[in-house]
Design a binder for this molecule. Sequence first.
Ligand SMILES: Cc1cc2nc3c(=O)[nH]c(=O)nc-3n(C[C@H](O)[C@H](O)[C@H](O)COP(=O)(O)O)c2cc1C
Length: 303
Amino acid sequence: MNISVNVCGINFKNPIILASGTVGYGHELNSFFPINEMGGVALKAVTVAERAGNPPPRITEAKSSIINAIGLANKGLDYFESTIINEVSSIDTVRIANIAGESIDEYITICDRLNKHDAIHMYEINVSCPNVNAGGMVFGLDRGMLKALVKECKSVSKKPIIIKLHPDVFDIASIAKSCEDNGADALSLTNTIPSMEIDPIREIPKLYNNFGGLSGEAIRPIALRLVYLASQAVSIPIIGGGGITNTDDVIKFMLAGASLVSIGTLAITNPMKPYEILNELPAFLERKKVDDINEIIGRLKTY
Ligand SMILES: Cc1cc2nc3c(=O)[nH]c(=O)nc-3n(C[C@H](O)[C@H](O)[C@H](O)COP(=O)(O)O)c2cc1C
C-alpha cells in the first residue's frame, strides 16, 4: 500500500499536512504524537515585523466550528530565522513556511531571506487572512494585485510556492487559473471564511475584531466545492482542507482533486486526532481496494 504523494518534486510520506496557525510550529504537538509521521506541517504565518495580533477575545465558538481573529500574531522574520528555523529543523517531515505581508515587498523580503534555509521546503503564500487591516485577504480578492504578487514571489523564490487562496470570491476557477498562469507551483484552499458571531445578552460581537474567520466541520462542504472547482481549472497540485474531521473527509478532498489535505481546527479541539486519522488511512484504503492513494486524486464521478 502506497500512501506517499509527490508534490512539486517533494516527497510527502502521506497526504496529511497540519494547517498553518493551528499547531504553532509543529514541534509543540510532539507530546501528543510523533509529528515526524505526518506528511507535512505548515508553520504559523511569518511577517517581516513582529505582530501582537488582535486584542482578545480572538477566538469564539459557533456550531461545529470556531471563529478566530488572531491577526497573524508572530514574532517576526528575524526571530523566525534566528530561533524557529532551528527548532523546526529536527522535525523530519515537509516543512512549509506560511508567508504573509502588507505589501508585495514584504512577501518578497521573506521569500528572499528564507531561500537560504534548507529547513524550509516550500512557501505557502497567504493571500487569504481575514483578520488584518492591510494585506492578507486584500491580495486574495484583488485579481491585479494577486497576479503581480504571484509573479514577484515566483521570480524570487528558490522553493516551490503554494498560493493559499481566499474562499470568499465570485469565481475561484479563474483565480486559480490566473495563479497557475503566473507561476504558482501549487494552490491551497481553503483558508477560513469571513464571519461574525454576536453575544445577544451583552449585545456586542463575540470577537474584539468584530469579524473573524470561520473554520472547522461547518465549512467542509464549502471547501470541497472550492477545491473541486479549482482542480477542474488547473493542472498544478492542490492542498485541500477546511473542516476535515475523519478519514472519510480526507478521501472526499482527494476525490475532489486535492493531492494533499490539511487539518487545522481539529488539531486545536483534539490534538491527537490528525494522527489517529493518519493511522486509520491504510485500512480505510484497503477496504476501498485502493493500493496507491494517488489513484483517488480527482477520481470523483459525476452524474
Ligand atoms: C486559530 C487559527 C489560526 C490560523 N492561522 C493561520 C495562519 O497563520 N496562516 C494561514 O494561512 N492560515 C491560518 N489559519 C487557517 C488554517 O490554516 C486553515 O486553512 C483553516 O482553519 C481551515 O481548515 P480547518 O477547518 O481544518 O481549520 C488559521 C486557522 C485558525 C483556526
